[in-house]
Ligand binder design. Sequence first.
Ligand code: PXL
Length: 271
Amino acid sequence: MMNSPPITLTIAGSDCSAGAGLQADLKTFQHFGVFGLTAVTCVVAETPNVVRSVHAVSPAILQDQLKVLLDAFPVAAIKTGMLFSKAHIVAVTEILSGYPDVPLVVDPVMISSTGDPLLETSAVAAYKGRLFPLARLITPNLDEAEVLWDGEVRDEAAMERCARELSSRHGCAVLLKGGHLGAAECADLLVDGGGASWFRSPRIDTAASHGTGCTLSAAIAANLATGANLHDAVAAAKDYLDRTLAESFAWGAVAALNQGTTLTREGLKAT
Ligand code: PXL
């Protein structure tokens, strides 16, 4: 028998176009050599350019998926993506509170890259009050951070204030993604305990942006599952995301990240 790899579980929506959501997570897990499990929250009919409809799975069926998986498999890390509603967040926290030692990465998905809502507004309080306290890390982008923090975050100084405050408020690490600042580089800030580290990478010119948040948080969870510390997991995940962007695909009007990238770090520097 082969050596059995660590297991990572994603709790997320299904993106039928497979660049985001649980499909992006599974491809990312495969890249890092961890075994991926999925608990689906919603079925989203979409492409990178349009969200046609969202059909939520009942919270009871979501809990059944979590129970059956967590009873049977030694899950080493968990990530959440699109959770859609307060009832789904409550359902997830009821189960995950029984697994405090499994590192949890929460991507607080609120809006799709097309601007469509992926979370009911009434669910934000449940994120803050119930799910974040269970998280090792939350990974908001600037728009999500503004909703969570209730303040404007439009420069690096504000990013640092916001990330530090969210971290101390919720008792978890924060990776605040600065990609939307519009600068020539993409600057993300990790605040963990009292420490803050910037991760900077040059902006990659590509039409593919759908699924970047899902892919990054899945890559962090995969690296935590293999035993990396949080700083190294974020560094490896950022590096991988850059490679999925540098080798992204386009078929006419639709573009997608290449989660199966075979670029090396050295190859990335040369592109
Ligand atoms: O990128 C956020 C996201 C998360 N989950 C699902 C999605 C998307 C974006 O479209 O479809 C299922």
